[in-house]
Each structure stands twice: as C-alpha cells, then as structure tokens.
Design a protein. Structure first.
Length: 139
C-alpha cells in the first residue's frame, strides 16, 4: 500500500483558514508587536552601544530604583527576566565593570547588585537610543 502524498492530505488551504478572533487575535497582535519592538531595540542597542537589551533593561531598572543596592530576586521580578537570564545579564555587566555584586550579610542566599559610575555612564549613553527606538516602534 502506498503512502498518500502530502498534497492529497485533507488540510485547509491557506486561503481557507479561519483568521483568529477575539482574545487569540489580541494575543497574537501583542506578541507580534512585542517581537517587533524587542528586535528593533536589541539591534540598535547592540549596533550603537554594544549592549544587549537584557543588559540595558537591567541598567535601566537599577537607575530607576535610585538606591545603593538592589536585591537580585526583586530585580528579576521587576525586569520580567527569569532568575537565570538575569544572572547571565548581571554577569556580563559585571565583567564590563557596569555593576558589582555582593552577598547580603544577613541572608547568605541573597545577592545584591549595585550600579557603578561606569554603568551610570553607559546607561546615560544608551538611554536616548532606547527611547528613540521605542518612539519609532510604538507610535
């Protein structure tokens, strides 16, 4: 017995597919918009400043916090990065001298991140690019 060709399998043609509606459509539109903005930010931040979006977002949160130290677990929750993704971003920032990490003396499980002067300068340099791309892609 021979296998049916893929052309003979009863699948709806692309033109006959039903377009998603309601929440599914909203979700897909949101995901497409997010991907568009994220890709544009990543590309321009890398090209102009040699910094990734995760690293910039981490610096941006540290600048916004306006505090000496920031607990990694709180930073992960606010930056919408997983703990491991944030750890990798912070490690890259630390290698570049843009942040420093320290252990909490009261709770050895907690790690604090501190923005350095070099990190403040890198953020100040890249922030206009970030805001410019947001303006271009979200408006």
């Amino acid at each position: 017995m021979s296998k049916p060709s893929t052309a003979s399998v009863d699948r709806p043609a692309i033109e006959q597919r039903v377009a998603p509606t309601g929440l599914v459509r909203e979700w897909r539109d949101l995901m497409a918009r997010h991907a568009n903005v994220t890709c544009a930010l990543e590309k321009e931040l890398q090209r102009r400043h040699r910094i990734g979006l995760s690293e910039f977002e981490t610096l941006d949160r540290l600048v916004d916090a306006a505090c000496e130290t920031y607990r990694m677990s709180e930073l992960a929750a606010e930056s919408h990065l997983s703990q491991s993704a944030l750890s990798r971003a912070v490690a890259r920032l630390e290698r570049e001298g843009l942040v420093s990490r320290s252990m909490c003396t009261d709770d050895r499980r907690s790690i604090f991140v501190c923005l350095t002067d070099k990190g403040r300068a890198a953020h100040a340099d890249a922030a206009p690019t970030h805001r410019e791309v947001l303006e271009q892609t979200l408006r």
